[in-house]
Design a protein around this ligand. Sequence first.
Ligand code: CLR
Length: 459
Amino acid sequence: MEIEKEYRHVLPVPMYHSEYNIWSVLKNCIGKELSKITMPVVFNEPLSFLQRMAEYMEYAHLLRLASQQEDPVIRMQYVIGFAVSALASNWERLGKPFNPLLGETYELERKEFKIICEQVSHHPPVSAFHAESGDWIFHGSIHPKLKFWGKSVEIQPKGTVTVEFPKLNEAYSWTNVQCCVHNIIVGKLWMEQVGNMEITSFASGLKAQLTFKQAGGNSNSKDLHRVEGFLYDKSKQKLKFIYGKWTEFIKCADINSYEEYLSENSSKFSSNSKSKSPNDSPCHTSRKMLQKFNSLKVGSFNKSNSMSTSESVDDASLDVGENSVPKSESAYNIDIPKSITIWQVNPRPAQTSDYYQFTQFAMSLNEIEPEMEGHMCPTDSRLRPDIRKLEQGDIDGAALEKTRLEEKQRDTNKNRKSKKTSEWTPRWFYQDTNPYTKQEDWLYNGDYWKRQYTDPDIF
Ligand code: CLR
């Protein structure tokens, strides 16, 4: 019998709850790249962004299930489930992960998969990952772009992700939705995922179009965290209705049951016809706020930031329960008969609020397992002293180490530049066109697990 491995349930010490106001720091960072924002470590969570990316894998069994299906529609359903499940761990996670250092790596090997992540570029920050099991491959690269919209911050995780089932000769891809962090200036921070996600199956022509709805505030809270959309066949016929919440579950109903239900419960479905210009940010921002904002920091704007004074900003957002977190209305729950549940979230551990709202999976990511000693890649995030110190509750130590590492990185870059010949090249990924999406991507060179490391000294 195979014995399931046990991973740690909590971090070494509970977190320090800071009284610090995030706005006092961010007001000096308007228009900056994510990798250029240096925030005091009290706003950090003790994980690197590479480790945070590995959190996509929590529900990797859905990819195994997908690969085992004979029916391409059911296969697609599991891929949809996986794509949404990958976002669930973000719920209430408002700590900032550490910016990975150039050349930093992170590996994770579990029962269902192994994954390798590498920071392949520092400015702009790009992180690449490649995960696999015997049955599937999942890879992608992410360049998180930050936009300040006054009282909210929008994060666009630019880049696509691809799933491949080599034995079936099939590939799927999708792009990530935006992430909005609200109440930056006053009130309680909260986060939502908003926008459209289109999941394409290149082999069968099946397509899923999902909308991650915007809650906006109390007045509209029936949409909080809701995801809805359809699965279409290659001639654009609706096959399935997909619905749920990215924080909780995803279900699938056949089109007939959906239409029947819709005719009896139309009030539960939002009209989707809010007149919004396509250029509008999904993050609500009031004009009043923007004006206040502009008068604060005019000097530091540059063309890359998205501080908008556009007339299309929605004034209604001024009175939506301003600085509170919208609550989900259970009266609006949709429950279509004969739906099947594709994915259901794992409950958060009991101690989560003392540990950065981590999931059980996240708790284990920075653990150094006994068998790792000795053969871990020397650039692995687990070896970062600043993250380790924060995890152990040593805030001052963590801050010192973080500054030291950032300075070391800057010096290394300077040296490289002055030598000209030696531009940094990532060790495990190379830039190329993704054969399916035809877009620039970072592809894995297949060498990491040979464990022959000749490493730059980055820590
Ligand atoms: C969301 C899911 C995407 C990948 C992705 C990219 C950037 C991440 C974001 C996710 C979650 C929220 C995030 C963000 C970078 C910074 C931000 C971790 C994982 C946190 C909440 C810090 C916000 C601090 C601002 C207020 C400056 O597929």
